[in-house]
Structures are given as C-alpha cells and as structure tokens.
Write a protein of this length. Structure first.
Length: 369
C-alpha cells in the first residue's frame, strides 16, 4: 500500500454541522469522543511511555462496549473493548477511539488488524498517531479494507491529552516538567542549608497529584544533600512510586542505606559531563521514561531551561511571602506565563510547549508581569 495522503481521510472539520456521517450528527460524534477522553484518563500515571487512549463502540446510538489502555504492557483500548463481547456482527457499529489504532507489532498485536477481524462498519478517530510507525498507517489499513474512517473529532483535545507523548515521538526524548515554588519577591529558598516551606497545603496536594503522573523525579545533588527530599507520592494510591534521579557530576552525594530510607522507589545517580539532550534521549530510548519532573534546585532548573529541554513549567507563587534575599528563582521570560486557577492562597503560573509550531506560544489568560 502506498503512502496515504491526509486528503484521502474524511476530515471531521470539513463536515457541515447539519451533515450526517454514519447516521449521526457532529454533536453526537463529539459526545462519544468526549467519552473516549474520559475513559483514557483512567490510564493516567499508569501507561507511560505509552499514550492514554479510550474507545467506545456504538450501535444505533447506544453504547455497546467501552475500553481504555489501563497500564503499560496491558491491552490497548480497542482490545479491552472487544474482550468479553464474543463473536458478533459489528458491521452496523461505529468504533470511536481517541488515538489512531496502531498498525505495528509492539507489546500487543496491531489494533487495526483486530478491528478488521471484528468487521466493524465505521471508525471515528480523534487524532492521528505521531509515532512514525503508526501515523496514517492505521487509518490507511482500515480504509484500504473498505471501512469508512472519520478523522479529527475533538482533535485538539485528543492531542492535548497526550501532549507529553507528542514530545516523546516528535522530539525523540523524555518529556520534562519543571516545577518550583517562589516568594512574591522572586526567591525559592534561603542561602543557608535550611528548608523553607513557601507554598500552602492545597499546592502540596496538587504537587503530589503531579508526581503521580510522572515516571521519575529529578533533583540536583545539592538539593538531595541539603533538603533530604523524599521525592515520592504521598496521600494518594499509586501503582508504583516514581524513580528518583539525582544529577551528581562530582560524586558529592550521600547515598547510604539510611539516606535511601527516605522513601520507597528506585534511585538513579547520574554523574559525569552531561549533555542534557542526550541524557533525555537515553532516558526515553533505553530506559523507557516518558515524563520526568524536575524539582530543583535553582541551578538544575536553569540548566534545563537554558537547554530548551523543558516542556511544561509550573510556578507556585506565594505573593504574600517576601524574603528580601536568598536563592533567586530561575531566570526566564515571564511574559510567556499564563495564570491558571489559584491553589489556595498560591498563584499558579504555567507555560506549555506548543507542538504545533517550532516556537513557544502562551495561551489565553492573564499574563505574568
């Protein structure tokens, strides 16, 4: 089969609102794709470096079955959906899936082949897979077999759900989230080796939810030695604790058994001369880490920012606290930041890498000054 052209796909955006496809309106297709997204969320923190995917099978406007990718190495959403249905005629069904069905052998057989075996009449895809092993091939395989395929329902939302998977596939490296708390006058800590609690309880709960989503948490050796951080998830049930990574170029860390007793979870120590981009490529390709959280200290955060190796930034600002002096917050262009909903008394400022273009774009909302 030759290369598929995107113009060969029936694109959802090109349909008029009053045009029926598969006997259903555009609003109906959006409703079922929204359900796919809700199901996909159930895999958050469990499927990395795979994407979160949800699937819904519909017959005559009634949901027949649902599925999602529950954990890494487990059944894909489409395969879970068909489990337990047995032999049946699915030719009058529409299968909705948030991400293009895979067309290659990985830990599981291709989902596109499964759809063909089941004889599904029509397929609606949220977004094409950025994985070069898949992109366009899954849809192309279905169309070549005579199955009608509609692409692009809630496309932005489906892509946004797996933004970090896009980093993995498009940039070929582990995705990076940088997070820090700062005072109203721009400091993240004291110069002395003293811990300083800047953010409030609600921010603390939010941070543990963030930690639950990542594969690893990274800090520098100074933060490891001085703060003695646990770098784990607390207050939530998780299938596994994130790996702890310490950047220690000169072997200055204390890694005794007592030190490791700070928390459960693996500890990796990375030393020597570091090229961050090569490190992130290695972590993704050789170690299978899809997403890491960089929590400090200031010099390590700045190192990642200067290397353009950060994909999300989260700043928790306590505008009521002022130190006058201390360890300054990382330096960056504050105009790119967007203020999201506050976390208790803390302001929450964010930036997300835009994968639709080479440059950086901030979304709508309040701008940092």
């Amino acid at each position: 089969m030759g290369e598929m052209e995107f113009s060969d796909f029936i694109n959802f955006g090109g349909l008029a609102e009053d045009v029926l496809w598969g006997g259903l309106t555009k609003d109906a297709h959006r409703k079922y794709m929204l359900r796919c997204l809700e199901l996909a969320e159930r895999g958050r923190g469990r499927v990395s470096p795979n994407p979160m995917v949800g699937a819904v099978l519909v017959r005559d406007g009634v949901v027949v079955a649902e599925g999602w990718h529950a954990y890494f190495g487990g059944a894909h959403a489409e395969r879970m959906l068909f489990e337990g249905l047995g032999a049946s005629d699915f030719s009058d069904c529409i299968l909705y899936v948030s991400l293009e069905p895979c067309a290659h052998f990985g830990k599981t057989p291709p989902c596109a082949n499964l759809i063909l075996e089941k004889g599904v009449g029509s397929v609606v895809v949220g977004v094409l897979d950025p994985n070069p092993l898949v992109s366009g091939k899954g849809v192309g395989l279905l169309r070549a077999a005579g199955i009608e395929v509609l692409v692009g329902v809630l496309e932005d939302e489906c892509r946004g759900l797996n933004r970090m998977f896009w980093v993995n596939q498009v940039l070929g490296r582990t995705a990076v989230v940088a997070k820090w708390a700062e005072t109203g006058d721009g400091y993240i800590g004291l110069v002395k080796d003293e811990r300083l609690l800047i953010s409030g309880e609600e921010s603390g709960r939010w941070v543990h939810n963030l930690r639950a989503d990542v594969d690893a948490i990274l800090v520098g050796v100074n933060t490891w030695n001085s703060d003695k951080p646990k770098l784990n998830v607390r207050g939530l049930e998780v299938s596994k604790q994130p790996i702890r990574i310490v950047l220690d170029r000169n072997g200055r860390g204390e890694y005794t058994v007592e030190g490791l007793g700070r928390s459960d979870g693996e500890l990796w120590v990375v030393g020597g001369d570091l090229d961050l981009l090569e490190l992130l490529r290695w972590l993704y390709r050789e170690k299978g880490l899809g997403l890491i959280l960089v929590e400090g200290g200031a010099s390590i955060l700045q190192l990642f920012l200067d290397a353009d190796c950060v994909d999300d930034i989260h700043i928790l600002r306590n505008s009521q606290m002022h130190l006058g002096s201390g360890i300054e917050s990382p330096n960056l262009d504050r105009s790119i930041l967007i203020r999201e909903q506050d976390l208790g008394s803390d302001e929450h400022w964010v930036w997300h890498r835009n994968f639709g273009s080479v440059g950086i774009e901030a979304g709508e909302g309040d701008r940092a000054e």
